[in-house]
Design a protein around this ligand. Structure first.
Ligand SMILES: NC(=O)c1ccc[n+]([C@@H]2O[C@H](COP(=O)([O-])OP(=O)(O)OC[C@H]3O[C@@H](n4cnc5c(N)ncnc54)[C@H](O)[C@@H]3O)[C@@H](O)[C@H]2O)c1
Length: 274
């Protein structure tokens, strides 16, 4: 069977994993490579990204590494130039880099707000800015932005507000860019991962808390980075050639629930006195 992404070239930002276990950037990189895509793995941390590279090379995939802070415009430009110099072109940009910032309007600091915007939004703007001229020349391309279900739904009381706001901005970035660049057949879509079981999302959670997360979604299972990676493969491939401006939840159904709809599976009963 023909690989779904043969002859395609992709750049994936944040392609390492912030702790043991597979992160979404890492899983997306491996999944694209398994489909025959040549991948440029981008990360600020050379050790983290070396791990992703060794997995892909062990499987016979084609990958190169770019190390740098892509929240700096000059570095984002160098990154796209490097992808083109390594592989001759570019077809796919996965804006995966994202970092959590906690607090509410009372507690989040000016630093948290600025850092959240820099890492979660500005990185995507700069990487897209230098990828789009290459995609325009080819009259085709796919940009995939990683947002989060936290952009639309409050998942707990201890909400990471600066992160949620930035991920909301990623949705606006996606839908407006889809309109602005559609005439050049550049598709721009977003993935909204839900409460995944990844190193980034489960740091410090107890077994009980993980179990509650599992029971709180209609599918009653926990998703992981591979579920996000499979959605990215689809949005990167020509199978989705008429899909743009989509904000795709990968969340076990969380976004269609209300607290009352999940009482049974959580083992709770409605308060009959009210
Ligand atoms: N994991 C989840 O449960 C979950 C849920 C919702 C959304 N997401 C989104 O998925 C995306 C990534 O998640 P992940 O699991 O890959 O995260 P991760 O923390 O495992 O990996 C992020 C990588 O980005 C790198 N990085 C940090 N700053 C950088 C910079 N300035 N320049 C280049 N690289 C930098 C880190 O070194 C790290 O390897 C994010 O956009 C996140 O918001 C994840």
């Amino acid at each position: 069977m023909k690989a779904r992404l043969s002859r395609k070239v992709a750049v994936i930002t944040g392609a390492g994993s912030s702790s043991d276990g597979i992160g979404t950037g890492q899983a997306i990189s491996i999944a694209l490579a398994r489909e025959g895509c040549k991948v440029l793995l981008v990360d600020i941390d050379s050790e983290r990204v070396a791990n992703t590279l060794s997995i892909i090379e062990a499987e016979g995939g084609s990958a190169q590494v770019f190390t740098g802070d892509i929240t700096q415009e000059i570095v984002a430009k160098e990154m796209i130039n490097y992808a083109v110099s390594c592989f001759g072109t570019l077809d796919i940009l996965v804006n995966n880099l994202g970092v959590m910032f906690y607090g509410d309007v009372l507690t989040a600091s000016e630093h948290d707000w600025e850092e959240s915007y820099r890492l979660n939004v500005r990185s995507m703007i700069y990487c897209s800015k230098y990828a789009i001229p290459v995609l325009e020349q080819q009259k085709q391309g796919s940009i995939i932005n990683l947002s989060s279900s936290l952009a639309l739904r409050a998942a707990s009381q201890s909400l990471p507000l600066p992160y949620s706001v930035a991920k909301g901005a990623v949705i606006s970035l996606t839908t407006t860019m889809a309109v602005q660049h559609g005439k050049d057949s550049i598709r721009v879509n977003a993935i909204l991962p839900g409460l995944l079981r990844t190193p980034m999302a489960t740091k410090g959670l107890s077994q009980d808390e993980l179990e509650t997360r599992r029971k709180s979604v209609p599918l009653q299972t926990q998703g992981d980075a591979w579920d996000v990676a499979m959605a990215a493969v689809f949005l990167a491939s020509d199978e989705s050639k008429w899909i743009t401006g989509v904000v795709l939840p990968v969340d076990g159904g969380m976004l269609v629930t209300t607290p009352l709809s999940m009482l049974d599976s959580l083992g709770l009963t409605p308060d009959s006195s009210s």
